[in-house]
Write a protein that binds this ligand. Structure first.
Ligand code: SF4
Length: 345
């Protein structure tokens, strides 16, 4: 559990666990989960009960105390995988809650079999993350009219299927080449939750798992991710439901995304990204910054981004059909500074 009430005004303190795993001074959460003994159960209900029992126990004792070196025959990580295998039959990975059997059909995200568009050592992410071994999945739970990655997010068939074993070997080899983390993104990683869990179970090296997402995960997915993800790299887009529905076709955006930020903040390190949209400083940027300040505090690591491009279908929406003005970006940054955020990157 993150000590979020302490002073975290240095990046090193705010991302304490992340940096320690990087330096091999601490195990990643997924490695810890693979060392915690669990009991297998028959029914979904009993699997959840067992998961909750372990989750509570480790909040109380602190997961950093995990010390066993011998892998149990059935671990907390295996339990997460067993649960996710069941959830895929009636998919509720995100709050679209399609309830389709993903072994046989697709839901809103258009993902059945996992396909990978690209993987490489990314030098364009936030400074503490680079070089970041970034893995781009196809398909997405959102339909953003200005999507910068629309070629992969809206065409789930374009990538290559790669086995979990093969990807695990690639992740290990990228770590040897100097990657500081493995960074799952898309589209969105959430439709690929089971594939990601199974892949990470196979990696040999100790490295932080970065969940780079639109944050529309269901509560079930959030429970699975807790104790698995080391650093959440969140994309906080909208300050109200109207803009979210109009520009990304997302219902209930504010309730879901704020709930998930609160939960994630308590369980792992976090960097919040916010891409400032033209004409959306008042309706989106400021309410988002207010909410973060009021609910997560001033030590959150925050990246206010200026690189909006009016691509894909943006020309059809007058408000976002142009690039961002310098003044708009400056207003967003000034507002964050006036609120008192200490870790703007
Ligand atoms: S991941 Fe979300 S959008 Fe995709 S099938 Fe599951 S519930 Fe539907």
């Amino acid at each position: 559990m993150k000590h979020h009430r302490q002073k975290l005004n240095k990046l090193e303190d705010a991302l304490d666990h992340y940096f320690k795993v990087n330096r091999n001074e601490e195990l990643s959460n997924s490695k810890k989960a693979s060392l915690i003994n669990a009991n297998n159960r028959e029914t979904l209900k009993d699997l959840w009960k067992e998961h909750e029992r372990i989750r509570k126990e480790h909040i109380q004792i602190g997961s950093h105390k995990v010390s066993a070196q011998i892998k149990p025959s059935f671990s907390y990580l295996d339990l997460k995988i067993a649960l996710t295998e069941r959830l895929l039959k009636n998919c509720v990975f995100c709050e679209r809650r399609c309830k389709v059997n993903r072994y046989q059909e697709k839901g809103f995200c258009d993902v059945q079999e996992t396909k990978i568009a690209s993987e490489f050592l990314h030098m364009g992410e936030e400074r503490p993350l680079i070089p970041s071994h970034t893995i781009f999945f196809t398909g997405c739970t959102f339909k953003c009219v200005y999507c910068q990655n629309w070629d992969i997010s809206q065409h789930s068939n374009l990538g290559m299927p790669i086995s979990e074993q093969k990807l695990a070997e690639i992740i290990d080899s990228r770590r040897s080449e100097g990657s500081l983390n493995v960074n799952f993104v898309g589209g969105d990683p959430n439709p690929h939750l089971l594939y990601i869990l199974k892949t990470i179970r196979l990696i040999k090296q100790n490295l932080p798992v970065v969940w780079n997402s639109n944050f529309y995960m269901s509560q079930e997915a959030m429970c699975i991710l807790e104790g698995f993800v080391d650093l959440y790299l969140t994309d906080f887009k909208y300050g109200n439901d109207h803009c979210a529905l109009r520009l990304s076709n997302i219902p209930d955006y504010w309730k879901v995304v704020t709930r998930n930020h609160e939960q994630a903040w308590k369980s792992a390190d976090m960097i919040i990204r916010h891409l400032v949209l033209p004409n959306h400083v008042e309706c989106c940027t400021k309410p988002i910054l207010d909410w973060i300040y009021d609910n997560l505090g001033k030590y959150v690591v925050l990246n206010i981004m200026a690189q909006y491009r009016p691509g894909f279908h943006a020309a059809e929406y007058a408000d976002i059909s142009r690039y961002l003005d310098k003044e708009e970006y400056q207003e967003a940054v000034n507002y964050a500074r006036q609120l008192g955020f200490k870790n703007l990157i």
